[in-house]
Design a protein around this ligand. Structure first.
Ligand SMILES: [Zn+2]
Length: 274
C-alpha cells in the first residue's frame, strides 16, 4: 500500500516530470474522462467533468498519503489506497486497461490514474480541508517537533503500532514504515504510547524522519502494490522478513498481529517492558 514516500515520489514526478513525460504544472485541462465512476468520491460525474474543464494546474502538493493537485479554482485530491499509479503520457498512447480517470490537457499530453484494484479515490473540491482537515501532523514538516510528538503520545494510551497507523495522530505512515521506524528506535510495537519517555520519544521522532527520508531518496518501496519504481525494499530491516535474522542481533524477526495488521519486529532489540 502506498505510504508517504511513495505518494511523495508521485508528487515529484508530476512536478518535475521525467524523460517522455513533462511536468503537469501550468498545463490546462481540456476535458476529463471517467472510466470507473466509483473512483470519484465527490462531486457527481457530470459536475466533475463540467467543473474541471478549463482549469490550470497551479501546484502539486501532498498531505499524508493524499496527493493534492491545485487547480485554478479547485483542488483535485487523489488517494491511491491499495494500489495505484499516476501517468503522464502522450494522448496517442493506448489507453490502459485499468485507467479510471483521465485528464486530457490542451497540449499533446494526458494525465491518467491507473488503479488495478479500484480502491483509489478522487475528490474535486474547493476547500481541501473538508477531506484532509482531520489529519495529524506531517512527520517531515518543521512544525512536527519532538515536543509536539511527545504531547500527542502522552495524550493517548494506545499501542504504538496502532497509534502510528492512525492518520489523525500522524499523517502518512502505513504498515511498512511504521514497523521500520519502531525497529530502528528499538521500541516494541505493542508499547503503550503514554509509557514512552522523552528520550524514547526523541529516538522515535528521529527514526520516523530518517526512515521516511531514506525511502523518499529511493523512490519508495516496490512491495505488494503496483508501483514498480522504488528501491527501498532492498533496505528494509523487518517488514515482510519473518524468520530472517535481525541485522543487529541475529534473533529471528517475529510477526504478530496488531490492529489486524501483520507487524514485524525483533523480540530481542524491541523488548516489551514488564
Ligand atoms: Zn535484534
Amino acid at each position: 500500500m502506498p505510504e508517504l514516500p511513495e505518494v511523495e515520489t508521485f508528487r515529484r514526478y508530476l512536478l518535475r516530470g521525467e524523460s517522455g513525460s513533462p511536468s503537469i504544472l501550468g498545463k490546462q485541462i481540456k476535458d476529463a474522462e471517467l472510466l470507473w465512476d466509483k473512483t470519484l468520491a465527490s462531486p457527481k460525474p457530470g459536475e466533475f467533468k463540467d467543473r474541471i474543464q478549463g482549469q490550470f494546474v497551479t501546484g502539486i502538493g501532498r498531505r499524508g498519503k493524499n496527493l493534492l493537485i491545485q487547480l485554478s479554482r479547485d483542488t483535485l485530491i487523489i488517494h491511491l489506497r491499495m494500489s495505484g499509479e499516476l501517468i503522464v503520457e502522450e494522448k496517442t498512447n493506448p489507453i490502459g486497461k485499468h485507467y479510471r480517470v483521465i485528464l486530457n490537457f490542451t497540449d499533446k499530453y494526458r494525465f491518467a490514474f491507473n488503479n488495478i484494484r479500484k480502491f483509489g479515490r478522487v475528490w474535486l473540491i474547493e476547500d481541501p480541508n473538508q477531506v484532509i482537515g482531520n489529519l495529524g501532523p506531517e512527520p517531515l514538516a518543521d512544525d512536527f517537533t519532538p515536543e509536539l510528538f511527545h504531547q500527542i503520545l502522552q495524550n493517548h494510551s494506545r499501542q504504538l503500532k496502532y497509534f502510528l497507523l492512525d492518520q489523525e495522530m500522524i499523517a502518512g505512515m502505513g504498515n511498512i514504515y511504521t514497523d521500520e521506524a519502531l525497529y530502528r528506535a528499538k521500541l516494541h510495537p505493542a508499547r503503550k504510547t503514554d509509557t514512552i519517555n522523552s528520550t524514547e520519544t526523541y529516538r522515535l521522532w528521529v527514526c520516523i524522519r530518517e526512515v521516511l527520508q531514506e525511502a523518499i531518496q529511493n523512490q519508495g518501496s516496490s512491495i505488494d502494490w503496483m508501483y514498480q519504481g522504488g528501491d527501498y525494499q532492498k533496505y528494509l530491516s523487518v517488514y515482510n522478513l519473518e524468520g530472517k535474522p535481525c541485522k543487529r542481533c541475529k534473533t529471528p524477526i517475529k510477526r504478530i498481529k496488531i490492529a489486524q495488521r501483520s507487524t514485524y519486529f525483533c523480540p530481542t532489540c524491541q523488548p516489551l517492558p514488564e
